[in-house]
Design a protein around this ligand. Structure first.
Ligand SMILES: *Cc1c(COP(=O)(O)O)cnc(C)c1O
Length: 414
């Protein structure tokens, strides 16, 4: 694409492949399944291996279908480089494993996707110290930082309780201290929010969720925004310092994270995600307005004890959400009053489906404490503000009236 022209968000996603030239004038980037790439000149093969010229080597480290998606996500996040992975966890695991060493310290938001929390426990077993803090206030992050702190890690809107990290002020703190700031942007997506704008050095997206958007493919991505000065990061191996410092981080993550751990995105999945991403903006507008309507209705219902949605004025981070996000996203959660069984309630819903995914076109519901946050136990759940009756809703693109009726009816007991 002519990078000098500033196309809008959706125009860029739709036309990015084509303007770079697609094989045979095909309108979708084809699904390349070849694992190997042949070179007529063996010297060229060597030069690609040595990183002296661009080219594909072996499917685990990328292929043309995946590169096209990486470029698209990179444009969405306005980064300097993006890598795709088999899953969101693949991306997060690659970052933790390739950048952290025993003796390092990390400050992480305590309000985390359950599997990220579990992965931190593994990383702690490998000798990395992790302080979990309430990241809705930068003061808690500042108080936890030590000379060994290499990374601060937060999610934008935490799943499932929707706490919003003090994103801008944590970015300023990390900038002052030279600490790498990593933001998981899954819940907001680059359409609602660009973490680069608050100083994030690395941005993670679970492409499985809203970006792919149809619950038919797993994928994850990692974007280097270009904001972080890698020459300040002590854990870069000499091998990956050959190019300019701006490229050190991704060079090491590509080799140590993607190549060595092998959580590579499948080309078929890359295709599904790329097609899904074409309507990301449209879906986020619709799911956000549906979620706001549903949250308002639930909040006004006397059978509901609490509703957590950043779009509600009652939400503790409503102000910062309004300031930073284009709209409030598709994730909400709520608690029923004592005496209403959450399983009975869920079983009365006719449209919303009890299922574990987010960012689907269909509305999905799940009783959090009994499923996705079951493994961590009651004590840690309580520390994360997760009530035993909490129901998470990933709001879909259904017609708003149908959706609201479904929840109203289930509350009535019909
Ligand atoms: C789902 C999710 C992930 C992990 O993505 P997968 O593709 O399921 O591995 C990471 N972070 C957040 C916030 C998520 O919601």
């Amino acid at each position: 694409m002519n990078d000098k022209k500033n196309y809008g968000f959706t125009t860029t996603i739709l036309h990015n492949d084509r303007l770079k030239g697609i094989e045979h004038g095909s309108l979708h980037k084809p699904i390349h399944t070849s694992v190997a790439f042949g070179y007529a000149d063996a010297r060229q093969l060597a030069s690609v291996f040595q990183g002296k010229e661009p080219g594909f080597r072996y499917g685990r480290q990328g292929n043309p279908t995946i590169s096209a998606l990486e470029d698209k996500v990179n444009k969405m996040e306005q980064g300097v480089g993006t890598l795709c992975f088999a899953t969101g966890m693949g991306a997060i695991g690659a970052v933790f494993q390739s950048l952290l060493r025993a003796g390092d310290h990390v400050v992480s938001s305590a309000f985390l996707f359950g599997n990220t929390n579990s992965l931190w426990q593994t990383t702690m077993g490998q000798g990395v110290a992790v302080s979990f803090v309430d990241a809705t206030d930068v003061a808690n992050v500042a108080a936890a930082i030590t000379d060994q702190t290499r990374v601060v890690f937060v999610e934008t809107i935490a799943n499932p309780r929707t706490q919003v990290a003090d994103l801008r002020r944590i970015g300023e703190l990390c900038q002052q201290r030279g600490i790498l700031y990593i933001v998981d942007n899954t819940m907001t997506t680059p359409y609602l929010f660009r973490p680069k704008s608050v100083g994030a050095g690395l941005v993670i997206n679970a492409l499985t969720k809203s970006i792919g958007g149809h619950g038919n493919a797993l994928g994850g991505s990692l974007t280097d925004t270009g904001v972080y000065d890698w020459s300040r990061f002590p854990n870069i191996y000499e091998n990956y310092k050959k190019a300019a410092p701006a490229q050190w981080g991704l060079a090491q993550i590509r080799a140590k994270g993607l190549r060595d751990f092998g959580a590579s995105l499948a080309p078929e999945a890359a295709h599904h995600i790329a097609v899904g991403a074409e309507t990301l903006a449209l879906r986020m507008e619709r799911t956000s307005s549906n979620a706001l309507a549903l949250a308002g209705m639930l909040e006004a219902d006397e059978r509901v004890a609490a509703v957590h949605y950043p779009g509600l004025k009652s939400h503790p981070q409503h102000g910062i959400s309004t300031e930073l996000f284009r709209s409030y996203g598709s994730l909400l959660s709520f608690e029923l009053k004592d005496g209403i069984d959450c399983f009975d309630f869920l079983n009365r819903l006719k449209l919303a489906i009890p299922a574990s995914n987010l960012g689907d076109t269909r509305t999905l519901v799940i009783p959090v404490a009994h499923t996705i946050f079951y493994e961590m136990g009651a004590e840690r759940r309580a520390s994360m503000g997760i009530a035993e009756s909490l129901i998470r809703v990933s709001v879909g693109i259904e017609d708003a009236d149908d959706l609201l009726d479904d929840f109203a009816c289930a509350l009535e007991g019909c």
